[in-house]
Design a protein around this ligand. Structure first.
Ligand code: CA2
Length: 146
């Protein structure tokens, strides 16, 4: 059986759709999960969110054994967490770093992501639609190496 795609979401993304719609849109994280599942009906998707850096690190470590690919929106931990970078470096499959907003158009503290140093690809600025696009991209990569 094919391993699932882990889709991991970091701090505050559980509140998506409730504020700053001009930056993040009005789609909720539950809506995004449904969009991801619909994008790859034949594949298993394990969709999670946490506000804890340690839990995110533990989920990446879990992915090393259990996941075919990781799509991660690390939110604020992108810009601060060498622990998350170190964990991602241990994962040998495709990693897509995803941001709803275009972090490079925003304030300077959003411009340097540690996670990008471990990512196969980075998607930023496509809104919630970036998630199903990332899922389809990862499915194509997995198909090409199968
Ligand atoms: O654009 C993204 O997806 C971000 O990763 C979102 C992070 C932010 O720190 C990154 O710079 C870019 C934060 C998400 C804030 O969560 C929200 C909560 C409620 C409403 C809107 C956003």
């Amino acid at each position: 059986m094919t391993k699932p795609i882990f889709i991991l979401n970091g701090p505050n993304l559980n509140r998506l759709g409730t504020r700053e719609p001009h930056i993040y849109g009005t789609t909720t994280l539950a809506d995004i999960e449904a969009m991801c599942r619909a994008a790859v009906p034949g594949l298993a998707v394990d969709f999670r969110q946490t506000n804890s850096e340690g839990e995110l690190v533990e989920w990446v470590q879990e992915a090393i054994e259990k996941a075919a690919a990781v799509i991660i929106n690390p939110a604020a931990y992108s810009f601060t967490s060498i622990a998350l970078l170190d964990a991602l470096k241990m994962f040998s499959g495709p990693i897509v770093e995803l941001h709803i907003s275009n972090i490079h158009r925003r304030e300077a503290h959003y411009h340097h992501s540690y996670v990008s140093l471990a990512a196969t690809a980075v998607i930023a600025g496509l809104g919630a639609n970036g998630y199903p696009m990332a899922v389809r991209a990862v499915a194509a990569i997995l198909e090409s190496v199968a």
